[in-house]
Write a protein of this length. Structure first.
Length: 97
């Protein structure tokens, strides 16, 4: 199983309503993120964004994040590991895909 130096908490995997794929919500150190996943014949990671309820600094990338219902604020640290994260979720929560 893929291991990270941080603990992934509160995962919620759902089919995306706007395109064929999934939206994976999760938190790390009580900060929220969304991994967007596309699906054709196989799953592939699209994007990884911050989803903060309050203005704050991301503990992982140091970026100032503003609250938004429709965030486009990418977390570069997690974005660079999006393939690993997808593999982790597929392995740990395979029944939800």
């Amino acid at each position: 199983m893929t291991h990270f130096e941080f603990e992934i908490q509160n995962p919620h995997i759902s089919k995306h309503t706007d395109y064929k794929g999934y939206k994976i919500r999760f938190s790390i150190n009580q900060q929220n993120y969304v991994l967007l996943v596309g699906k054709t014949n196989s799953l592939f990671p699209l994007n990884l964004i911050h989803v903060f309820n309050e203005r704050g600094t991301c503990e992982l990338c140091g970026k100032l994040v503003f609250p938004s219902n429709i965030s486009q604020q990418v977390c570069p640290t997690l974005f660079n590991r999006r393939k690993e994260l997808l593999a982790y979720f597929q392995e740990k929560y395979s029944e939800q895909f």
